[in-house]
Ligand binder design. Structure first.
Ligand code: GRF
Length: 203
């Protein structure tokens, strides 16, 4: 099976997946990492793991459709079975999402359906929720509303700041994302509407 990962920034989720793949010996060909920003630190992470990188800068395109089209072509050339969004900060249009339906997975830093969209940690603090977390979900054309594959909750503690809360959530992101990517690659994910089930690995 082939895996492609998309990033826009730091790449810590990318790193957690590449590390799990290496340590656990997943039988997968990591075909490439694509960034929409040339300055994404995650490109260095990819290189450190010997994964080919490409930059497709959204600024180089006149419209969202033109960017989506170029990105889709670059992805298709890599023939992925699974495309993992790892802090990829561009909203993908409906035709892109439909083209890769079922293969596109994302990690979102909140307990969906709460706090879809941006600035999730600031909004969680603002709303005074006592629990916050992260969600791994399939990407559908409804933003941040595809079938949920995994979630992890963390407490919001007295005195939390954006930084302390974000760091607590990020640790959980790194824990829950790799096993879902692996399950998708191994065909162990069952989908029934918005409800999903991940079958255990057979070894
Ligand atoms: C993570 O918090 C992820 O949930 C969100 O963007 C951030 C990316 O971080 N979608 P990194 O680039 O994986 O370090």
């Amino acid at each position: 099976k082939n895996l492609v990962l998309l990033i826009s920034g730091r790449g810590s989720n990318l790193q957690s997946i590449l590390q799990a793949q290496r340590e656990q010996g997943w039988e997968v060909d990591v075909r490439g990492v694509i960034s929409n920003r040339a300055d994404a630190a995650g490109l260095e992470v990819a290189r450190a793991f010997g994964v080919p990188t490409q930059v497709i800068a959204h600024n180089d395109f006149a419209s969202r459709e033109a960017f989506d089209q170029a990105l889709a072509e670059a992805i298709e050339a890599l023939q992925p079975d699974v495309i993992a969004l790892c802090g990829f900060m561009r909203v993908l249009g409906a035709s892109f999402v439909e083209r890769f339906a079922g293969c596109l997975v994302n990690i979102h830093p909140s307990l969906l359906p709460a706090f879809s969209g941006l600035h999730t940690h600031a909004r969680a603090l603002q709303e005074g929720v006592k629990w916050h977390g992260a969600t791994v979900h399939l990407v559908s054309s409804a933003l941040d509303h595809g079938p949920i594959l995994a979630q992890a909750a963390v407490p919001v503690l007295d005195g939390d700041t954006l930084e302390t809360l974000a760091a607590r959530v990020l640790l959980e992101e790194h824990r829950i994302y790799p096993p879902v990517v692996r399950a998708l690659l191994e065909g162990r994910v069952q989908i029934d509407g918005l409800r999903t089930r991940i079958l255990p690995a057979t070894e």
